[in-house]
Design a protein around this ligand. Structure first.
Ligand SMILES: Cc1cc2nc3c(=O)[nH]c(=O)nc-3n(C[C@H](O)[C@H](O)[C@H](O)COP(=O)(O)O)c2cc1C
Ligand code: SF4
Length: 593
């Protein structure tokens, strides 16, 4: 162990910021971060032992107690559930003779759930020792059990178990034609960097990670900061359940994403960039490193890029199973080798980010779009979409539809049009923007995908009328309770109470006043939480409660809502029994919000 850890420390230049990378290597090699490993790292990095322990405890892919030689995690996204995940998990647990959450007595295998693994278009999915498994079926589970029990090395497992398909279904401005390598940088240098930033401004591009901040303005703020170092960070954490477009963009357009980052570096004056790749996308890492090498070889990274005096390099860092690390300040903490706890803002990362230097964080799709805009100019992009939401949006569509996958569509497209394109019918509702986004009912299908109406980082999950609204809201509510980073009380305690209170009602143990109490709890968590996770954690309950209040009331009276029933009829029964006359009027009204 000593030799291995010394090698990792040397490879990582004994930098404390690389603690997470070092711990990931140790976990992969020994299936545990042991006391001995902690002592060696403490000594090597000159940091406190307690700091290492707190980091290990924070990330779900690191462990203080040994995992099995084969550590199997099954994705717990609602789409995995819809594809039969629960029965597959029960079967896998039985066949492997190991409980969920446990390590088998012989230490060979461990089994657990993991939050959405980004494969919602090809689930049920999972991970074995960090490597993605897709399209799990009973025969595949049987084969996996045999491979594990025979101690077959992962490299000898059938390659089809690990195949990830891109499922690109519809392309538009960004994806229909690719830009040539180097063309965004060449055009920008010819046009001038200031003029290129003006083109970006003209394009109206807004951040694609969810919040929609104007990209050019963010770049201008960061460029205006006086500092000896600036950093560019590409946020590829993509942890919002139902989102998988960044996975596809990095597999198909990595050059263009890296070109967007390099363009940004030229404009804001950065020398160093990071791609923060979610740990679940480990399978992409080698190919991405190859793209970086190619760009070096082609003079598009490194010293004096395109002989323009620009020095810039990009490093890939892997996340370790924490949804909160998608939040930009938590991501920066994670890059510094710490727990991913969101910082107080202001100061914003553009002023004080990585190592307290000005840092520009953008989503994968934002960098991709910026590179294209540098080539085409801003007007072509601005001509698409709506007044407030220029351009196209890349959606990850999954759930109940014939053709799940990636769809690039102009902003302003209605949900109904999207549903027609992907072959969805008998729709009960759509979760737009993931669990933190908006649940809309079948009465709101003319609403638009746009920042001014339904904003989304890309997640678009479709539920048909056989689905159970409570199962959906439950999955999302449990997700937030699991992913809360625990830093602030309203979210740490609040998400856990939300889970309990929601389950109590849905399981039929609620009494008069419990729905009201649930609403009050939702308000509290939303208003007093420190960051976006807590501020949106109650959305699944708030949105379903607003649209289907009678269903919640009916639970209090032990009237079970049977999925698969005609929803209108069941609403009518619930309305009569709960005494509410306004169920449908209420649904129509919330549709306008
Ligand atoms: C809990 C939480 C998770 C987030 N996850 C992501 C993510 O996975 N990818 C992303 O680009 N932005 C994510 N964001 C938004 C980022 O904080 C940030 O706004 C974004 O990366 C900025 O890039 P953009 O301007 O290009 O959108 C998340 C925010 C929160 C509050
Ligand atoms: S709101 Fe939740 S995730 Fe955000 S800082 Fe507080 S505990 Fe952490």
């Amino acid at each position: 162990m000593k030799g291995f850890i010394q090698e990792q420390l040397t490879r990582n230049a004994y930098q404390a910021e690389r603690l997470l990378t070092i711990l990931q290597a140790i976990q992969a090699e020994f299936h545990v971060i042991s006391e001995e490993a902690i002592s060696l790292v403490t000594e090597g990095l000159k940091i406190e032992r307690t700091q290492i322990i707190s980091v290990v405890e924070f990330y779900s892919f690191l462990h203080l107690t040994p995992r099995g030689e084969y550590d199997i995690l099954i994705s717990d996204s609602i789409t995995d559930h819809m594809l039969g995940k629960q029965s597959l998990m029960a079967y896998l647990s039985e066949q492997l003779a190991v409980d969920v959450g446990a390590v088998r007595a012989d230490g060979l295998v461990s089994l657990d759930n993991t939050s959405c693994s980004g494969m919602c278009d090809q689930g049920p999915a999972g991970l074995v020792n960090g490597h993605t498994l897709t399209q799990l079926t009973l025969p595949r589970i049987d084969a996996i059990v045999q491979l594990v029990n025979a101690k077959t090395p992962l490299a000898e497992w059938p390659s089809e178990f690990f195949v990830v398909t891109d499922n690109v279904q519809k392309t538009d401005f960004l994806l229909t034609s690719d830009i040539e390598q180097g063309s965004a940088l060449n055009t920008a240098f010819q046009r001038g960097l200031t003029a290129t930033l003006e083109e970006l401004d003209l394009s109206g591009l807004r951040g694609r990670g969810g919040a929609g901040f104007t990209t050019a303005m963010k770049w201008k703020f960061c460029a205006a900061e006086q500092s000896d170092m600036h950093y560019v960070v590409c946020n590829a954490d993509e942890g919002e359940p139902g989102t998988f477009k960044d996975r596809v963009l990095l597999n198909t357009h990595a050059h263009q994403v890296f070109e967007g980052m390099t363009l940004c570096a030229a404009i804001i004056g950065a020398e160093k960039g990071f791609l923060y790749l979610r740990g679940e996308y480990l399978y992409l890492q080698d190919a991405l490193e190859t793209v970086l090498e190619e760009r070096h070889a082609n003079g598009l990274l490194g010293k004096n890029i395109l002989q323009q005096g620009l020095d810039f390099d990009i490093e890939i860092r892997l996340g370790a199973g924490a949804y909160i690390c998608g939040e930009e300040s938590a991501l920066i903490e994670s890059l510094e080798g710490k727990r991913g706890i969101p910082r107080n803002r202001p100061p914003y990362p553009v002023v004080s980010g990585y190592l307290n230097k000005p840092t520009l964080v953008n989503n994968v799709e934002t960098f991709l779009a910026a590179a294209k805009i540098a080539v085409t100019g801003g007007a072509a992009f601005k001509a698409l979409g709506t007044e407030q939401s220029a351009g196209t949006k890349i959606l990850s569509i999954c759930g109940d539809c014939a053709h799940p996958g990636i769809y690039e569509l102009p902003f302003g497209v209605t949900v109904r049009e999207v549903l027609e394109l992907c072959g969805a019918d008998e729709v009960l509702g759509v979760q737009v923007g993931g669990p933190s986004g908006t649940f809309i009912s079948y009465e709101e299908l003319d609403r638009k995908i746009a920042f001014e109406d339904l904003s989304t980082g890309g997640s678009f999950i479709i539920f048909n009328k056989t689905r159970d609204i409570f199962a959906i809201a439950k999955n999302f509510t449990h997700f937030f309770a699991h992913e809360s980073c625990g830093f602030c009380t309203p979210c740490r305690v609040g998400t856990s109470l939300l889970k309990k209170q929601f389950d109590k009602i849905v399981d039929g143990h609620g009494s008069a006043g419990d729905v009201k109490a649930l609403e009050e709890l939702c308000d509290l968590v939303t208003q007093y939480s420190h960051c976006g996770l807590g501020q949106t954690a109650a959305n699944p309950i708030i949105h379903t409660l607003k649209r289907f209040p009678a269903l919640y009331q009916a639970q209090l009276k032990n009237i079970s809502y049977e999925p698969g029933f005609d929803l209108d009829a069941s609403l009518e029964v619930a309305r009569q029994l709960s005494g509410r006359e306004d169920t449908h009027a209420h649904l129509a009204q919330v549709g306008d919000e």
